[in-house]
Design a binder for this molecule. Structure first.
Ligand code: FMN
Length: 169
């Protein structure tokens, strides 16, 4: 799949077959994720991976929109290292760029994933920090649930030329 096809066909996948995915495949996708741009090249992203069933179940209980997790193969927690961000606020943007790379890589590899939002919701941040016993410098931004897709989602047309407000040339 080339980059243009990946961009046009990526969708959130919330239904999985329950099949396992090797840890090495997730780490490979994280390699692509780490090529994302970041402010001052600060690369403030940090990752925690779990495939433990009890973790997937527990996270689905503490997060209101993560019901897909117990059937996933992996949960990947994306954090921002506050000690590594050059300017307050840029770190979360670094991690967002990294997550999008990850989602596209996972899609390109034939797997399915969905971005489960944490930051900036205070309650979710607190609950996830407590669950993973994160140190103060690690701000959880999102979890990606990853599995073998049980469905083939439709592609959608999202091209909205009216959103290009002005062109100066
Ligand atoms: C910041 C952010 C937070 C999101 N949080 C959740 C979430 O908590 N649970 C979920 O199922 N999907 C979540 N999503 C996925 C969106 O619902 C999804 O991307 C959107 O509906 C568009 O669908 P698509 O990904 O299939 O193109 C989130 C996406 C973003 C970017």
């Amino acid at each position: 799949m080339d980059i243009f096809e990946a961009l046009l066909t990526r969708r959130s996948i919330r239904e999985y077959t329950g099949e396992a995915i090797e840890k090495e495949k997730i780490i490979e996708a994280l390699k692509y994720a780490m090529y994302a741009p970041s402010a001052h090249n600060s690369r403030s992203w940090r990752f925690i991976l779990t495939s433990k069933k009890e973790h997937l179940i527990k996270i689905s209980e503490i997060h209101p929109y993560a019901k897909m997790l117990p059937n996933a193969s992996w949960a990947v927690l994306f954090c921002n290292d506050l000690d590594a961000e050059p300017t307050e606020g840029y770190g979360a943007l670094n991690v967002a760029a990294c997550i999008e790379n990850f989602l596209l890589a996972i899609h390109g590899m034939g797997y399915g994933a969905v971005w489960i939002g944490i930051y900036p919701r205070k309650q979710r941040i607190q609950a996830i920090k407590k669950f993973f016993e994160l140190p103060d410098n690690l701000l959880p931004i999102a979890i990606c649930s990853v599995g073998v897709p049980a469905i083939k989602p439709t592609t959608v047309d999202r091209y909205e030329p009216e959103k290009i407000l002005k062109i100066y040339e």
